[in-house]
Design a protein. Structure first.
Length: 185
């Protein structure tokens, strides 16, 4: 068996494919409702690479015209103490001035990444900026961020699947699984 399919590293399924589907439906309905009378252009901004599967499922369920774009950011590792330590590796292709932006994230942990991104995108003159995240580890938050759409609040466990990786693996799992602690500790 090759490395990519070492499912013995996954301890348990935290959120099933069915539960994810239902939740993505609900979030898409809220978004459709919230923006249906707003004429400004709606743009989903996916944060690479973890949000890709969530974004592609979500956008097909939103019943409004929209565009999407991607950014890639990197933080200087887990020991950063300053939100300024986030770097943009790939920036947007389009201007967001006057547009309604929804940042689409896979998981919010400390909040450093998103608080940096919100400030950065605000300075570009968007009409509005909201955040949609599939997963939220709220007990781990260090920097406060206003999150408008949350799929699931989850405990402080290392999770993978539905776009989210451990060492680039497991993004293609259709469910959210917990990586066994002995694997990374
Ligand atoms: P933060 O909110 O700036 O601490 O960073 C959030 C990012 O950390 C997410 O977008 C993920 O890339 C990564 N991350 C946090 N928790 C996990 C996890 O359990 N599994 C995989 N990646 C994670
Ligand atoms: Mg991420």
């Amino acid at each position: 068996m090759d490395d990519i399919s070492r499912l013995d590293e996954i301890g348990e399924v935290l959120i099933s494919q069915k539960e994810i589907d239902k939740k993505v439906d609900e979030i898409a309905k809220s978004i459709t409702e919230q923006y249906k009378d707003d004429d400004a252009q709606l743009v989903l901004i996916g944060i690479l690479k973890g949000s890709v599967i969530f974004l592609t499922d979500l956008c097909r369920k939103i019943e409004l015209p929209l565009t999407f774009d991607f950014m890639s950011v990197s933080s200087y590792g887990d020991n950063t103490t300053s939100a300024g330590d986030v770097r943009i590796l790939k920036d947007l292709d389009q201007k967001i001035e006057g547009k309604n932006v929804i940042i689409v994230e896979d998981i919010i942990d400390t909040g450093y990444t998103l608080s940096y991104l919100v400030k950065n995108l605000q300075s570009r003159g968007a009409k509005s900026i909201r955040i949609a995240t599939l997963l939220n580890k709220k007990d781990r938050r260090i920097v406060d961020v206003d999150v408008d759409y949350i799929g699931f609040d989850i405990p402080d466990e290392f999770v993978v699947g539905y776009g989210i990786d451990y060492a680039q693996k497991y993004r293609n799992l259709p469910f959210i699984g917990i990586v066994k602690r002995e694997v990374y500790e």
